[in-house]
Design a protein around this ligand. Sequence first.
Ligand code: MLT
Length: 273
Amino acid sequence: MAERNKATVEREEALLMSYQDSVDRVPLLWIHGYPLSNLLWEFQVTDLADIARQITPDLRGHGRTESAPPPYSMALLADDCVRLLDHLGFEGPVVIGGLSMGGYVALEICRRYPQHVAGLILAATRAGADSEAGKAGRDQAAELVKDQGVGAIVEAMLPKMLAPETYAEQPDLVEFVRDMMMETSVEGVVGALAAMRDRVDSTGDLPLIDVPTLVVHGAEDQLIPVSEAEILATSLPDAELVIVPGAGHLLNLEQPDAFNDAVRVFLERYYED
Ligand code: MLT
């Protein structure tokens, strides 16, 4: 079983960072999206424990990791993750999996620390940067959370996080996601919004990321269209695309069996002896 842990990771300042770790298999770092936590990976931590050693940090300001003051950047979030890998003693590369904002962080790790990346799992994410309208929306959301608290962001985002049938058929999951989002601090929301607003366009980097990659996306994602996954899969030199039916943005929670099957096949093909 995975155990909850905390480690102090150091960049310019020390950060007491919460994370989970599990058994010694293919090393796999899962990076959650915004405004979520490592609870996002609960069905992967349990169901893939026989094949992957899964490390699931809470990013700064999210879940149980300390709430460091904003602004954050993708470089800072990538550094936090790599410092955690260093702390855990990883000398070789690991598979990096990221959902949505976690995918932005994963692509930043590819840029800054290619020696740490054995493969990628890019879930419900995109390579492009924010449009001008998107950047303005980040600033509006930051004002909203500063004025009205995290609940206002949760109420605005929650109706778009899942597929329509998930709201109807899995009410407990909807509440699980709401609770997870509510754990994010105001500083975490504001910091992540700045990091996403200012992230660079990774599209031009994709042809250079020559590691096996699984691109996986919910067919009914309301936040990031499937066309973004298609761009990733066609631009990355060694990628395969899996579209999960009946799933929205949080496909790994909504359809864990289909998601886990895709990950298992990918890991067995490339990383099992
Ligand atoms: C996420 O799920 O991480 C965010 O919705 C991504 C974004 O807003 O670009």
